[in-house]
Every structure is written in structure tokens, then in C-alpha cells.
Design a protein around this ligand. Structure first.
Ligand code: AQP
Length: 336
């Protein structure tokens, strides 16, 4: 039997090159090897305020970009989180399993809440919901960017804690992180990760950006002092990030790229980098446009939600039974 993977993507904006290189490219690569469940996690997106029209459109764009990147509905299951009620049900149970101390240690919460006057309770507890998302599918592994590793580790701790209290009910998953450079950084600040909700669009390349936008953003990307194209993440973090992007988009090694630009300046490197990024993203954008226009993603999401509901309600049933929660109505009985 094939091993199972689960992973989610927040529709909190339009997907970026970071989301693609850190996660979605990998989702596509592994869909043949694993039985894959991929989820547009809209409940995670509302941990920060979202305007209803933007959220609705971002959900559609996220699904269309994931399909446009090469996810195949005949090979994997793609669905939207809020269409499958088991997620919030197990989410609450995981909130009651997690401790305040461990949720307080999540670095993403610290980053996202920093400097904000008011922060939702959901932003604090969302790693517990993420744990539920994963555990509902008995996932063996979770393909994520390096930035999400801490949340997958929390998920493992919660599953182990639950199992030690109630018996071996939950499968403990492993993170599945790509090799080097799975974390893509902002084009304007190499110490912050590239994020789709960055208020400064110059910091990220969106999958919807036109070739012209991409060229402009790469031209404006910050570089470090000096002229030499050298890979040194400590001394030249901005350049190291650009070289990493080049390597992931072109399938060339970092050493080969550095050797190819020996004696050449940043301008030539950036021009070629823009070309490889445009070449990697244009087919995805064009397929996304076609999928959005013909509405084919809607059936994919409906079918995906039914399958996700069937699989996840069996796990929720096991959990409720082990804990002594009510089962007067079977979770699978509520057919969507
Ligand atoms: N910069 C990144 N480099 C590598 N991987 C990344 N991922 C996100 N940013 C980078 C990976 O993309 C997947 C989906 O992420 P998400 O949308 O669920 O949440 P996120 O990590 O919070 O992504 P963003 O773009 O930074 O969203 P906002 O701005 O809303 O917070 C994950 O596997 C993640 O690791």
C-alpha cells in the first residue's frame, strides 16, 4: 500500500514563488509515489482578517494555481478545509491536547503577532488545527517548506501525547522537507521569508505576476555589497537567496551557477535569473488562467471534499470512541 501524505496551503493571498518552490513543486513530484491529500486551508487564512470577496477569490486562485502547477485530480485529492467539518471537530480536540506553553513557543505566532495591536485567538491556536488537519488522514509524512517544520513537530508531540493517554489511535507523521534552500526569502529583506501577505509586493514574486513584473522585481531585489556572484548565506544572504531561486527554477546546482557567473557582475546574473523564473512560472500561470476560466477546479474540489470527508470521519470516529465522547451520530453519518 502506498504511504499517505497530507499538506495544506493558506488562501491568504496569491501564491508566491516561495510557496511554489518550498511546497507545491514537491507536492507535484510526489503525487505518483504517495497517496496524497492536499487542502486549501481557508480556516487558517481567517486567523487574520480577510474580506469575504477576496477570500472567495483567493480560494479559487489557490486551487487553480495548484492544479496549474501540475497536481492531477486522477492522482491526488484536493479540497477546501471548510467544506469538511471533521477538521474543526478534531481541531478542538487538539487544542485541548496542546498546552499554552507549547503554543506560545511557535515562532510563526511570534513573527505574525509582532507589533500588532490586536491578534486573534485563532492565530495562537492554529498549529493545533494544523495538527488535526494532518492527523485526520493517518498521514505518514507532511511535505512542507522548512518554515513549517516546527508545526509538524508539534503535531507529532500532540499525536504521541494523545496516544499515550488513550491508546494507539493516531498515526505519528514525519516532516518531508526538500534538500537545500527549501526556505525562500523576501527579495527586499533576506532575513524574512517570502510571504504572500507581505504588504510590500516588491518582496515577493507572485505566481500571477506577468513576465514584466518578474523582471522588474528581480532587478529591484536587494543584493549585498561587492560584485562577485558567490554563495555565502552568512555574509551575502540576499545573493544566496537569489542563487537558491536560480537553482530551484533551473534544476542546476548552486556550484554550477556560481561557476557560470565567475567574473560576471550582478546585472548579468539578475537578467538570466529573471529569464529562468519567467520560464518556470509562465506555463503555470497560463494553465491557472484556463482552469479558472472553464471552472473545472469546482468539480475537483467537490469530489475531493467528499473523499476527504469519508477518510477523515473514520479517524474522527476512532478518536471520539477512544476519548469517551458521544457517538450517538456517527461522524460519517453526516454525509456532505
Ligand atoms: N518563503 C517560503 N519558502 C519556502 N516555502 C514556503 N512556504 C511558504 N512560504 C515559503 C511553504 O508553502 C506552503 C504553504 O504555506 P501556507 O500558505 O500554508 O503558509 P505560510 O507558510 O504562512 O505561507 P505564506 O506565503 O508566508 O503565507 P502568509 O503570508 O499568509 O503567512 C507551506 O508548506 C510552507 O512551508
Amino acid at each position: 500500500m502506498r504511504k499517505r501524505v497530507f499538506s495544506g496551503v493558506q488562501p491568504s493571498g496569491i501564491l508566491t514563488l516561495g510557496n511554489y518552490l518550498g511546497a507545491i513543486k514537491r507536492f507535484v513530484e510526489i503525487q505518483n509515489e504517495y497517496e496524497a491529500f492536499y487542502c486549501v486551508v481557508d480556516y487558517h487564512a481567517i486567523t487574520v482578517p480577510q474580506a469575504p470577496d477576496s477570500l472567495r477569490s483567493q480560494i479559487a486562485h489557490t486551487a487553480a494555481f495548484m492544479l496549474g502547477a501540475g497536481l492531477d485530480p486522477d492522482k491526488m485529492t484536493l479540497f477546501v478545509q471548510s467544506d469538511v467539518p471533521t477538521h474543526t471537530q478534531l481541531g478542538w480536540i487538539m487544542e485541548c491536547t496542546a498546552t499554552f506553553g507549547e503554543l506560545s513557543r511557535m515562532t510563526q505566532f511570534k513573527d505574525k503577532s509582532q507589533g500588532k495591536e490586536s491578534v486573534s485567538g485563532g492565530l495562537f491556536t492554529y498549529p493545533a488545527l494544523m495538527a488535526a488537519d494532518i492527523l485526520l488522514y493517518d498521514a505518514d509524512a507532511v511535505p512542507v517548506g522548512e518554515d513549517q517544520k516546527q508545526h509538524v513537530e508539534l503535531c507529532r508531540d500532540l499525536a504521541e501525547r494523545f496516544n499515550s493517554r488513550f491508546g494507539k489511535v493516531l498515526k505519528v507523521p514525519e516532516p518531508l522537507i526538500g534538500q537545500t534552500g527549501a526556505r525562500i526569502m523576501s527579495l527586499q529583506d533576506p532575513h524574512r521569508k517570502m510571504s504572500k501577505s507581505d504588504p510590500n509586493p516588491a518582496g515577493y514574486i507572485s505566481l500571477a505576476d506577468s513576465p514584466d513584473d518578474i523582471v522588474k522585481k528581480i532587478k529591484r531585489a536587494v543584493t549585498d555589497s561587492g560584485r562577485e556572484v558567490a554563495y555565502d548565506p552568512d555574509e551575502k544572504p540576499a545573493l544566496a537567496n537569489l542563487i537558491t531561486i536560480f537553482a530551484h527554477c533551473s534544476e542546476k546546482s548552486i556550484n554550477d551557477i556560481v561557476a557560470a557567473y565567475d567574473g560576471k557582475g550582478y546585472a548579468e546574473f539578475k537578467k538570466d535569473l529573471a529569464d529562468v523564473v519567467v520560464e518556470a512560472l509562465t506555463p503555470i500561470r497560463m494553465r491557472h488562467d484556463a482552469i479558472l476560466a472553464d471552472g473545472s477546479y469546482i468539480d475537483v474540489l467537490r469530489h475531493g471534499a467528499r473523499r476527504a470527508h469519508d477518510v477523515s470521519s473514520a479517524v474522527l470516529r476512532r478518536v471520539k470512541e477512544a476519548m469517551g465522547l458521544s457517538l450517538y451520530i456517527d461522524p460519517a453519518g453526516v454525509r456532505i
